[in-house]
Design a protein around this ligand. Structure first.
Ligand SMILES: [Zn+2]
Ligand SMILES: [Zn+2]
Length: 341
């Protein structure tokens, strides 16, 4: 089979690889139908963040091609979404619903597809075949009638956007939402779009990029085109999404969070330590939610939003490219790059 691999800093290439063996009793082998490039995928290759070579890609919709003897929910031909994190569904953490904390699958950067050894050595999504453990637990049914290029975006970056606005809006349905920055270009726009869909009172989208601001406006948010240094704060909102990736932008977003509100960074802060306005956070009761999105946990809620037609992931304006072009386009600039067979 063929798979796209990270081949060294700034390079990807097609590689021939052995087909995976027949699945173990609880596992499955799937054939990816469409793959979206995560907002981390391009910088991961461009900057060589994790040691390679390794097969890339971790946002996918796929077709089951083989299922182990104990798999009850899936047969060959079923279309499924694959959470980007790998979990077993049976350990104490999984039983507790903390699938991303799975005790069975551990890895330095969290067990996941498409991260090489740092993610536990699981396969990549830009491949003809991908083995999936614990298929009954991990896989989520792809809703019929939704194009594969829309579905493939859901397991990571759409879920990431959802977890930043969905749970806080469920707790406070008419809250104001503020998204600051475009470091993860698709996640910030999806956060704005989901906030509109979920009924936020107001949704403001702040970005240095005029094109993304225009897209945010088309999604129903109020765009704020901002250049230069981050201000001390913007007008406050109870739900804020930090997408600047820099320390000043994080502090600005925290100060822009209303009393007893929630600020969720969706950009990754690679610095080991960053100064935070902790006294202000304490005094005003601001909650800072730091961590990766929990893919398996949020997937069903997000799939429901997509299946019902309330939320269309394609509204952010993705670039859809033929699968065979993956090696040529993987590092191209795009708000969202999608590969489709
Ligand atoms: Zn990702
Ligand atoms: Zn587990």
């Amino acid at each position: 089979m063929r798979q796209l691999v990270y081949a060294g800093t700034g390079r990807v290439a097609w590689q021939d690889a052995d087909e995976p063996p027949p699945p173990a009793r609880a596992d499955a082998v799937v054939r990816p139908l469409a793959v979206a490039r995560c907002d981390l995928d391009a910088p991961m290759v461009a900057a060589g963040i994790f040691p390679g070579p390794f097969p890339v890609g971790h946002e996918l919709v796929a077709e089951v091609v083989d299922a182990g003897a104990d798999v009850r929910r899936w047969r060959p031909g079923d279309r499924v979404l694959v959470p980007f994190q790998v979990s077993c569904g049976a350990c104490a953490a999984c039983v507790d619903g903390r699938f991303a904390a799975c005790h069975t699958y551990r890895a330095p950067a969290g067990a996941a597809y498409g991260f090489g050894a740092a993610g536990g050595g699981h396969g990549g999504a830009v491949a003809d075949l991908l083995p999936v453990a614990a298929a009954d637990h991990q896989l989520v049914a792809a809703p019929p009638g939704v194009p594969v290029e829309a579905l493939c975006t859901v397991p990571d970056n759409v879920v990431d956007a959802y977890r930043a606005v969905g749970p806080p809006l469920l707790a406070h349905p008419r809250a104001d939402v503020l998204v600051v920055g475009g470091a993860a270009p698709s996640i910030g726009l999806w956060a704005a779009a989901l906030a509109v869909v979920l009924g936020a009172a107001t949704v403001r989208y702040v970005d240095t990029d005029a094109e993304r601001c225009a897209r945010a406006a088309a999604l129903g948010a109020d765009p704020v085109h901002h250049g230069g240094a981050w201000p001390r704060r913007f007008d406050r909102a109870a739900v804020t999404v930090e997408n600047t990736g820099d320390a000043d932008g994080l502090a600005t977003t925290i100060r822009s969070t209303d009393d007893y509100g929630t600020c969720t960074p969706v950009a990754i802060h690679f610095a080991a330590t960053t100064a935070l306005p902790l006294l202000e956070m304490y005094t005003r009761g601001v909650t800072l939610v730091v961590g990766r999105a929990e893919s398996r946990g949020h997937l069903p809620a997000v799939v429901d939003l997509v299946a019902s037609g309330r939320f269309d992931p394609l509204a952010v304006g993705p670039t859809v490219v033929d699968w065979a072009e993956a090696d040529r386009v993987w590092l191209d600039p795009a708000t969202k790059l999608i590969l489709r067979r």
